[in-house]
Design a protein. Structure first.
Lengths: 162, 123
């Protein structure tokens, strides 16, 4: 019962926050409501028994990506102008409707398999085994490290560019 | 596990209720005529560290901050990968340790490069 209330509360808040991101004129407020959307998505992960993923969502998205976004907004010159509408408003709306319709159709027409096994608790130790253990995905983890290295090098190039 | 997160949810609910109460309480008090309402320009002034703001309140940040945000993001993702390894440190043993070591070394190369190229210095 409490679980259902939590799910619907989180779902409604996340959808409202996501709508606020695209409808708010003030781009800074849009960024803040995106942060709210990230937080509620973390809550949805908790309701799905994905505790580590929820922590990662808070740490990376709410902690770092939002800082990146807000810094990006603070770097732009005409923050006060907000997000002015342009001629692409209607095509963008059409594309979004088509995308939403496709996704909704796919979700409604898929027969979802439900596992009889209960959720794993807590997930962190099992994830560690998968990432760093024997027969795990250690190569993928190292590739992720190379990706992060590329991101750092890209940031350096961005700063050094005169 | 869900019960543990229930406390987090309770904390968030209390935090929201407390914040809302602080905003609503003065309005209710004024409506009930418990507090007097005599506005003047000094009372209505925006308090910002005791100083009047000069010029626009929106300033354009230095571009260099973005670099630090990107570097911080990389460090954040590094922490995300290292946390599960640290939790299962003993069970994973030497192979897990070596894997994590390679992971850290690859990323430290980026930071050493940044240090060598002097992009961490503020000119």
């Amino acid at each position: 019962m409490a679980f259902d209330i939590a799910f619907w509360l989180l779902a409604i808040v996340s959808v409202v926050a996501a709508l606020a991101v695209v409808t708010l004129r003030n781009i800074f407020r849009a960024a803040l409501s995106l942060v709210l959307c990230f937080i509620t998505v973390a809550g949805l992960y908790v309701t799905l028994s994905a505790d580590f993923l929820a922590a990662v969502q808070i740490l990376v998205y709410v902690g770092a990506i939002s800082i990146l976004l807000i810094l990006g907004i603070m770097l732009t010159r005409d923050v006060q102008l907000g997000s002015p509408t342009n001629k692409l408003r209607f095509p963008a709306f059409l594309a979004a409707i088509v995308f939403f319709g496709t996704v909704a159709w796919a979700v409604l027409n898929t027969t979802w398999g439900i596992s009889p096994q209960g959720p794993l608790e807590p997930t962190t130790a099992t994830l560690a085994g998968k990432l760093f253990g024997e027969n795990g995905y250690i190569l993928t983890v190292e590739i992720a490290a190379v990706l992060l290295l590329a991101a750092i090098l890209g940031a350096i190039v961005l700063v050094r560019e005169k | 596990m869900l019960a543990d997160f229930g406390f987090v949810g309770l904390f968030i609910i209390v935090a929201i209720a407390f914040s809302a109460l602080l905003i609503i309480l003065p309005v209710v008090f004024r409506y009930l005529k418990i507090v007097p309402y005599n506005p003047n320009p000094i009372k209505n002034a925006t308090f910002e560290c005791g100083m009047e703001t000069i010029g626009r309140t929106w300033v354009q940040f230095n571009f260099r901050y973005y670099f630090y945000a990107l570097i911080f993001l990389a460090l954040d993702v590094l922490a995300v990968f290292l946390y599960p390894w640290a939790v299962e440190l003993r069970q994973l043993g030497t192979s897990g340790f070596l894997g994590a070591l390679v992971f850290i070394i690859v990323i430290v190369v980026g930071y050493l490069y940044a240090w060598q190229k002097k992009v961490l210095e503020w000119k």
